[in-house]
Design a protein around this ligand. Structure first.
Ligand code: COA
Length: 374
């Protein structure tokens, strides 16, 4: 390797490619639109369309897109049989990784990596993934599955399939906003994983499966499943301050805080916090919101760390009576739009992603025959 090599552990600060899909510079924007405005004026379907088709839809384009996605709200019977056969304790995120892999076998476009085919596959996954999550959830609890409804919105249908009853408008909108905020985030670990996988000219489903594996980790999407652990460990507003001070003194990592790129706060967390507060108030249970507030204050004053999106998202989903292992799969329901947009962009201007490594192993040495090795 040349002596002018650039090395940054964890690729921190490295510009590893170009994208027209989003930027975090000057505030998070999806294809130029500030996420703050999208969260106020648009729904997740519009944002998914924006990511896949480069601009926001007009009413006709949106209606047709929603129809296509709603028509894809089904999963093949053999996948349902496989889901039933998985051990009941299988983590929903693991089951979802398997499900997307199986869906590839049944997709008519799997082997076609043209731009148009990749958009079709992405649209189908937007419809299929919520169904796969909800069916697996109900199979694992030996509950009858609730069939998807094409007349409900993406978010309302998901909550309906999980709970077996239609959600309120406020719940639907809160989930919708969380999906808008989760949809896309430049070269984060899972998106980069998807791009690396597809830069070999592998197919879109393989890229999404790889991305799900990367998202699962607690330093990435898995953090939203750890938020309730933190709050429960803190115990409540009376014990929170002491607990968090001790946790920081023990050098514990507080999931839902900090970010590789945002060092002065994550605007997405500020937007979602309002919805989380309202959702908690609607349940009459504000204990965890009060606890979270105390933790936020101490983590900021002691470590100068601010919450990321997972911190309010984990609490929001809890207030919506969703079980913790569903939280990262919900992230997938949304991020599949961003991942797909990146895979499509990568393949439209592909160059194999193959960096170099700095070697730290032994110096050159001779291979001894087996019988001479001790
Ligand atoms: C997201 C994350 C991996 C980014 O970390 P990073 O850029 O690699 O930063 P580092 O891990 O190098 O941390 C820098 C310092 O801040 C501390 N820190 C960072 N995040 C922290 C957290 N959540 N809790 C406690 N300390 C934290 C580190 O311990 C380190 O302190 P030190 O310099 O005294 O050793 C990290 O903030 C984290 O682990 N957060 C919790 C997981 C999470 O919420 N992930 C979702 C991200 S959207």
């Amino acid at each position: 390797m040349s002596t002018a090599e650039i090395y940054s552990p964890g690729l921190e600060g490295v510009v590893a490619g170009e994208t027209a899909i989003s930027t975090v510079e000057g505030g998070l924007r999806y294809r130029g639109y500030p996420v703050t405005e999208l969260a106020q004026k648009a729904g997740f379907d519009e944002v998914a369309y924006l990511l896949l088709y480069d601009d926001l839809p007009n009413p006709k384009q949106l209606a047709e897109f929603q129809q296509r996605v709603a028509a894809a709200r089904q999963i093949p019977a053999p996948l349902q049989d496989l889901q039933k056969a998985l051990p009941p304790a299988t983590a929903p995120m693991d089951a979802l990784r398997t499900a997307v892999s199986v869906l590839a076998h049944f997709d008519p476009d799997t082997a076609d990596s043209s731009h148009a085919a990749n958009v079709r596959k992405a649209e189908r996954l937007l419809g299929q993934i919520p169904v796969a999550i909800a069916f697996q959830y109900r199979f694992s609890k030996a509950l009858p599955v609730v069939k998807p409804r094409a007349d409900l919105s993406n978010e309302a249908n998901f909550l309906y399939m999980i709970h077996g009853k239609e959600p309120s408008a406020a719940e639907t909108r809160a989930l919708d906003v969380s999906l808008i905020l989760y949809a896309e985030h430049e070269f984060n670990a899972s998106t980069f994983t998807a791009r690396v996988a597809c830069s070999t000219e592998s197919d879109l489903h393989s890229g999404i499966v790889a991305a799900i594996g990367a998202l699962k980790g607690p330093l990435h999407g898995g953090a939203n499943e750890k938020v309730m652990d933190i709050l429960r460990a803190a115990g409540g507003p009376e014990t929170a301050e002491k607990w968090i001070r001790n946790a920081l003194a023990r050098k514990e990592r507080i999931m839902g805080f900090g970010h590789r790129v945002y060092k002065t706060g994550d605007v997405r967390a500020r937007i979602l916090k309002e919805f989380t507060k309202k959702a908690a108030e609607a349940t009459g249970q504000t204990k965890w919101e009060k606890t979270a507030e105390i933790i936020e204050q101490v983590v900021q004053s002691e470590k100068n760390l601010l919450p990321n999106l997972d911190w309010p998202a984990g609490r929001l989903y809890h207030a919506m009576n969703l079980e913790v292992p569903l939280y990262t799969p919900i992230f997938v329901m949304s991020r599949v739009a961003g991942w797909s947009a990146h895979i499509i962009e990568q393949l439209d201007h592909n160059r194999l992603i193959r960096p170099r490594a700095r070697y730290t192993g032994p110096d050159v040495r001779p291979v001894k025959p087996l019988n001479e090795r001790r």
